[in-house]
Design a protein around this ligand. Structure first.
Ligand SMILES: [Zn+2]
Length: 166
């Protein structure tokens, strides 16, 4: 009798574990294969407005750069800034958003916006000079929570992007 009860208990636990596993798999599959949910888009747009307000306050003007959300960025890079033929673009990596959305909002957007503004002001002429003191101050003025360089990451691109965005 006790054995039977234990069997039922174990079976229930296994079924529960499997359904949690299945649910998590479904969630990440669905995130990957669908456009970015509206709640994410709203947070990104709100943060951009916040960065622009900081720009107005600290620099006395506002310039908005296109933000492209893509899953084509290779590896686990959070985002990157590109400057190609005078066109400045910020790219954010959709692949890491589900697990790192807070970091994306608090740190990555101000980080990349600081690169973009320095491109715009022609104060960033080489990929190596990307994380200068001026860049760090700009990132901080944009309200960036973590204004450090990403370790060993190539996230400033001054030539044609080495991958297709769409
Ligand atoms: Zn950077």
């Amino acid at each position: 009798m006790l054995r039977k009860k234990l069997e039922i208990l174990f079976l229930t636990i296994i079924l529960l574990a499997l359904s949690i596993l299945g649910y998590n798999y479904y969630r990440s599959y669905s995130f990957k294969h669908n456009p970015l949910p509206n709640s994410y888009l709203k947070r990104i747009a709100a943060k951009e407005q916040d960065v622009l307000a900081h720009m107005q306050k600290n620099f006395g003007f506002q310039v908005q750069f296109p933000i492209i959300i893509t899953d084509k960025i290779p590896g686990r890079l959070y985002g990157l800034s590109s400057y190609e033929n005078g066109r400045i673009t910020i790219l954010l990596n959709k692949k890491v958003m589900q697990e790192s959305m807070n970091y994306m909002i608090d740190s990555v957007i101000p980080h990349e916006y600081a690169h973009a503004l320095l491109f715009y002001l022609h104060k960033n002429s080489s990929e190596k000079a990307g994380h200068s003191k001026l860049w760090r101050h700009t990132c901080q003025k944009f309200g960036g929570k973590d204004c450090r360089q990403y370790v060993d990451q190539q996230e400033i691109i001054l030539s044609k992007l080495p991958f297709k965005v769409k």
